[in-house]
Design a protein around this ligand. Structure first.
Ligand SMILES: [Zn+2]
Ligand SMILES: [Zn+2]
Length: 724
């Protein structure tokens, strides 16, 4: 066969086939005819175009999600795998500030480049349904959703202590902090400000978000993180009278059994009345004794009432505070053994506790709670760590919040038929730092007519946060061609919820929580027929380079283009999926990539060289076992072990090949390539096309891109070879 190349030319093979896939539109899916039972909505988090292009971490993430989608296609599922860009927001705007380019211009360039790179990786995304959140055809509906939440009382304006990033010059949600006190985007230590802001009332859904977790097929750690983030605790709110006043300070505790051990009250320094309370005394509700009131940093202002009852004998932080302030310690729980130093926070028997002395601490809790309630000195209460979701940003690059302020009518929502409220084009988009968005200085934007009385009015000038854009994008994908509705009910009922969502660990307490809240709320308002958007979630790991996480802020981001050029997209993807467990992460090394390139070449030679038939009667059981194992591992998203199995299979095939009959080799070579070639329809009927087939098979070789050609039919060969 003179036309068979001896060498594997990745770039030639890959770009040839990628062009063909594009022309044939093989990744398009007719969403009006796909049977619900066959559809598979394979969703992966869309990227922020907050750099010039992709980094290797993206290739790891998208490579894994795409490989799984390809596998499902081979098994006959009708895979819907859309992609888009989370283009609005601080991420993109900060990059625009850094490079000194207007975010609108920047975004159109970077989105195009990300798209080029994703295509060049041979991914099977449905580009005909691309969503870009900064496009008015998208954010019109982001604003529409805000208005539905506003109508329902779930979007509210209130004054609250908020977190301010002195570098980004905007407020942030608490979820956007890293390590509790740094901005997640720029790592500046944040400060507090008291401002009037827009909030979404996610706390109204705290219980439902907690209870919904039980039903979800999510990694245990992700459920645990959300549970801890919501932080529900049951306890008692106990009233402490301030001496010589009628005032009562409520303090929440989960341990009312330690009531008799209270020796001080600690007030948050941010408590609105901290200044006048400090140095005074409160009255113990059970013993009537005087207890001092102190300010303590460990009392979080907005958590609960900002007042904590100090029980140094039975709480570690109260103990530390009492020691440094030389406060009294009263032990009221006896653990039955000596406590040498510090607080005893476990259970025990009550001592020095009035009529409750002698009770076990667990049974004392409801008794003391009931006793306080009877005397009107307290009440059972539930507390959450979760705060309402602060969504207003004093920045430029986001959807304007569709609200108008009228001197006569007050806060007036923009009518639906006036959406979108377009983001005005301004040259100076830099944040001002005076607590106002750059939009506030655009007079033509700010001055408007009140939709209710037609009198002069002012527009809200804050924009909403990126996480609002991404809290509903998965609803939009199946309905991108509808301009009169955010999502079409028929399409939504057919395609949603998402069958598998692949996301990053950093989003568990942010985006994943927000999207769940949004869907629950929209369900309650009758807009979507389900409550949980992501019944099945898998969290991918991170690729390290020399032990460090690759990220833009660390400046060690590797542009995948150079690797794609040198090694080929398929080898790069296969290597990244091989270098570690996809759900745990791996470490990138050039040497490792070279090893996979060698493997690709070996496989190429094995599959493209002419077979000289041997005697036959080779036991093909190892072949069937290997294929079954690869399938099993891919289903568990264990791509690294699937690739190992493939390597073993290739070695076995090389070894046994000289003895194989023509038929045995044909079956073996087809089994090796079948992972990458799904359809009988695309299998050659004429021998003359052998080279083309080999090219096609190896072009998308590797589990990284399981097959070359999408089929609308079930892969009979694959099923047969695995006994399926
Ligand atoms: Zn910042
Ligand atoms: Zn008015």
């Amino acid at each position: 066969m003179p036309d068979r190349p001896d060498e594997y030319r990745a770039a030639e093979v890959e770009t040839g086939w990628q062009t063909r896939w594009d022309v044939d539109r093989i990744y398009r899916l007719d969403l009006d005819t796909v049977p619900r039972a066959e559809k598979f909505y394979n969703l992966v988090e869309f990227p922020y175009p907050s750099a010039e292009g992709l980094h290797l971490g993206h290739v790891f993430t998208y490579g894994g999600a795409d490989t799984y989608g390809r596998y499902l296609r081979m098994r006959g599922r009708r895979v819907f795998q859309p992609i888009g860009f989370d283009a609005f927001g601080i991420h993109t705007e900060n990059y625009a500030l850094k490079v000194g380019e207007h975010p609108a211009r920047l975004t159109s360039r970077t989105v195009a480049n990300y798209g080029r790179q994703l295509r060049r990786l041979g991914t099977a995304f449905a580009w005909d349904r691309e969503v870009v959140t900064s496009d008015p055809s998208y954010y019109r509906w982001t604003q529409w959703i805000f208005l539905r939440l506003f109508d329902a009382g779930l979007a509210v304006r209130k004054t609250a202590p908020v977190v301010w990033c002195p570098s980004c010059l905007t407020v942030l949600a608490k979820e956007q902090l890293e390590g509790g006190d740094r901005c997640e985007r720029c790592r500046t230590v944040v400060t507090q400000r008291v401002m009037e802001q827009w909030f979404l009332r996610i706390t109204a859904y705290a219980d439902r978000l907690l209870e919904g977790l039980d039903e979800l097929d999510w990694p245990d750690f992700a459920k645990r993180l959300q549970r801890e983030w919501i932080g529900r605790s049951h306890g008692v709110e106990i009233d402490f009278e301030v001496e010589d006043t009628d005032e009562r300070l409520p303090a929440f505790t989960t341990r009312p059994d330690t009531l008799f051990g209270v020796t001080f009250l600690a007030v948050s320094p941010e408590h609105e009345r901290a200044a006048e309370l400090i140095g005074r005394f409160a009255v113990h509700p059970a013993t009537g004794s005087r207890i001092p009131i102190h300010a303590a940093d460990y009392v979080v202002g907005a958590y609960g009432s900002g007042v904590v009852m100090g029980v140094p004998a039975h709480d570690a932080r109260d103990w530390a505070f009492a020691m440094s302030h030389r406060l009294q310690v009263r032990r009221v729980i006896d653990p039955g053994h000596a406590v040498l130093v510090g607080a005893w926070t476990g259970e025990g028997v009550l001592v020095d506790s009035g009529q409750f002395t002698g009770l076990a601490s667990q049974s004392a809790r409801p008794r003391i709670a009931g006793w306080l309630e009877e005397r009107g000195a307290g009440r059972r209460a539930t507390r959450y760590r979760l705060h309402d979701w602060l969504i207003s940003r004093q920045r430029y690059w986001g959807p304007p919040i569709p609200i108008v302020y009228c001197a006569d009518c007050g806060v007036v929502p923009v009518p639906d038929d006036q959406l979108p409220v377009l983001l005005p084009a301004v040259d100076d988009f830099r944040p001002s730092g005076n607590g106002l968005s750059p939009l506030a200085s655009v007079e033509s934007f700010v001055r408007t007519a009140c939709p209710r009385c037609a009198g002069p009015a002012r527009r809200e000038t804050d924009v909403s946060d990126t996480f609002v854009d991404s809290a509903w994008y998965f609803l939009r994908y199946p309905s991108t061609e509808f301009n009169d509705t955010a999502w079409d009910p028929g399409r939504t009922a057919r395609m949603l919820p998402v069958d598998l969502y692949a996301g990053g660990p950093e989003h568990v307490t942010r985006h994943h929580l927000y999207a769940r809240f949004m869907t629950h709320a929209l369900h309650d308002l009758g807009w979507v027929p389900f409550k949980e958007p992501f019944p099945r979630l898998r969290v991918h790991g991170t690729v390290l380079e020399s032990g460090a996480k690759m990220s833009k802020s660390r400046g060690n981001v590797v542009n995948p283009d150079e690797h794609v050029e040198r090694a080929g997209a398929d080898s790069l993807r296969m290597y990244l999926l091989f270098c570690g467990d996809w759900q745990e992460g791996g470490e990138f090394s050039d040497a490792g990539l070279r090893g996979i390139v060698r493997f690709s070449r070996r496989l190429w030679r094995l599959l493209t060289s002419a077979h000289q038939p041997g005697r036959g009667a080779v036991d093909l059981a190892p072949l069937d076992r290997a294929v079954a194992r690869i399938q099993r591992e891919v289903e568990r998203l264990k791509f690294n072990t699937a690739i190992s199995a493939l390597m073993e299979l290739a070695r076995w095939a090389e070894r046994e090949r000289p003895r194989m009959s023509a038929e045995e080799w044909s079956r073996t070579s087809r089994a090796i390539t079948s992972s990458w070639r799904p359809s009988r329809r695309t299998w050659p009927r004429r021998r003359g096309r052998a080279w083309e087939v080999a090219t096609r098979c190896t072009s998308s070789r590797g589990l990284s891109s399981i097959h070359g050609y999408l089929s609308k039919r079930r892969s009979r060969w694959w099923c047969r070879s695995t006994g399926g």
